[in-house]
Design a protein around this ligand. Structure first.
Ligand SMILES: C[S@@+](CC[C@H](N)C(=O)[O-])C[C@H]1O[C@@H](n2cnc3c(N)ncnc32)[C@H](O)[C@@H]1O
Length: 456
């Protein structure tokens, strides 16, 4: 490996003399690439001869001719020409990155010559993350930047405007082919940059954090976390997911854990409203999906009452992910055609619907089964002691535990195994369905715990 890292640059080659050596497809490709930058390209399709590099600014030898390459190397040193010898890293002054091009936006990837394969593989991944709309979006940002600078708008106001445009729907509109809609947003943002009035309102985004594994955080949630100014997160949201937050974002633990004094719901709402009124992008990061037993609806109501713009990004709920991570399909043709999600909270008394619900669906998923003895007892009485059940604890994390057994014995089994919260109870014939299956690779399973833990 190189002792010192490469220095990444984007060169302006406009009207610079660039020489390409070789009569190969690669040489042709390099010549085309250089011409696209406005360079004056000399493509020599014959063996290297002395003087070929004279007066060149940059040269690429894609000739497959080791002897010629060595001679070109000597001449490049003498003439101080920056030379790249294709696929011969030790003879290169510079190496070309793998590129994702979206109009003026270019994302360059380099492994410092260690693995061109890896650079290409990463390029393919990044290509799926940045669609063609990023080209016109970058151009839109560029036009706005030139105008704001020309008009002498302060650098602080410019930064706020750029941030607003990046967070706006402009990119979505461009993806849908609505260039004029995107331009209209840019105009509004630009007008805001000139105004000396109060800071424009920010917004609150209720975003689902998924059940634990960062792989189960949606692209939408990842994008708002990367842009966030402040993140109010549940106690259950783990370090791996919090690492997806903008490094400059303020992280506020708004979680409610038993045995620990925590902020009231009203305090959390007030703090979110205040931050949004300061113009911040506020993310309320909630475990699983914000609208399933997450008080998401109450928070939306409070924010709407305060006149704060609010959006919701759905998340992967533990109600589905916990059974899935244990290999339990909540429905299965011929076995289970209906499923219900219910909270076990206050099951000792107030949860009157539990028995009726359990009898009327094929699969019952109980979240927050803290009073497991009471819940399992009632379900066993309603469904019979033998109905298959499972407790899935800390699903999709390296500490995941799955306890299976008949509903009549599941509480004792969970106690014996010292199951820790959060856990989810699943009841129904689907529980045992795949347990005898051969190899079953489950996303987020501790089978991947090594890699998962190492990334923390
Ligand atoms: C307050 S509820 C919130 C549910 C969340 N909104 C969702 O959609 O997943 C918390 C309950 O979700 C379940 N839960 C959350 N994360 C879990 C996990 N990693 N493994 C198992 N159950 C989990 C547990 O039943 C826990 O008591």
């Amino acid at each position: 490996m190189n002792a010192t890292p490469y220095y990444p640059v984007f060169l302006d080659l406009h009207e610079r003399r660039c020489v390409v050596l070789g009569d190969t497809a690669l040489a042709e490709e390099k010549a085309v690439g250089l011409r696209a930058t406005g360079a004056t390209v000399v493509h020599l399709r014959r063996p290297f001869t002395q003087g070929d590099l004279a007066g060149a600014y940059l040269a690429i030898d894609a000739s497959d001719d080791p002897e010629g390459q060595r001679a070109a190397r000597v001449e490049a040193d003498r003439e101080r020409v920056l030379l790249n010898v294709a696929d011969v890293t030790h003879q290169c002054d510079w190496i070309a990155p793998a590129l994702v091009r979206r109009g003026p936006l270019q994302i360059a990837i380099s492994t410092s010559g260690e693995s061109p394969f890896l650079a290409r593989a990463l390029r393919e991944r990044i290509e799926t993350m940045f669609g063609e709309e990023w080209g016109p979006f970058t151009a839109l940002m560029g036009r706005m930047r030139r105008r704001l600078r020309r008009e002498g708008v302060s650098s602080d106001a410019q930064q706020r405007a750029y941030r607003r445009l990046v967070r706006s729907e402009a990119i979505d509109l461009l993806r849908d082919g609505d260039a004029s809609g995107a331009a209209a947003i840019a105009v509004t943002v630009e007008q805001g940059a000139h105004s000396t009035g109060p800071t424009p309102l920010g917004e609150v985004v209720l975003a689902g954090a998924g059940p634990g594994d960062p792989d189960l955080v949606t692209l939408g949630t990842r994008a708002v976390l990367a842009d966030a100014d402040v993140v109010f997160h549940d106690a259950l949201v783990g370090a791996g997911v919090l690492r997806l937050c903008n490094p400059r974002a303020r992280l506020i633990d708004a979680g409610k854990r038993s045995g620990r004094r925590s902020a009231s719901q009203a305090d959390i709402n007030d703090a979110m409203i205040a931050a949004a009124r300061d113009g911040d992008l506020v993310v309320r990061l909630k475990g699983g999906d914000p609208f399933l037993f997450g008080r998401g609806g109450e928070e939306v109501e409070a924010l709407q009452r305060a006149g704060v713009p609010v959006r919701v990004i759905s998340g992967v709920s533990a109600a589905l992910a916990a059974p899935a991570a244990a290999g339990i399909p909540v429905t299965h043709r011929g076995v289970a055609g209906s499923v219900a999600f219910v909270t076990g909270h206050r099951a000792g008394g107030e949860l009157t619907a539990l028995e009726g619900l359990a009898r009327s669906v094929d699969t019952l998923v109980v979240l927050m089964p803290a009073e497991l003895d009471a819940i399992a007892g009632r379900l066993a009485a309603a469904l019979g002691d033998d109905r298959p059940a499972a407790i899935v604890s800390k699903a999709t994390t390296p500490e995941q535990q799955v306890i299976r057994g008949p509903i009549g014995h599941i509480a004792a089994a969970a106690r014996a195994a010292r199951v820790r919260p959060p856990s989810t109870l699943v009841v129904g014939d689907v529980v045992g369905l795949l347990s005898g299956a051969g190899s079953l690779d489950l996303a987020g399973q501790p089978a991947r715990a090594g890699a998962f833990a190492a990334s923390r």
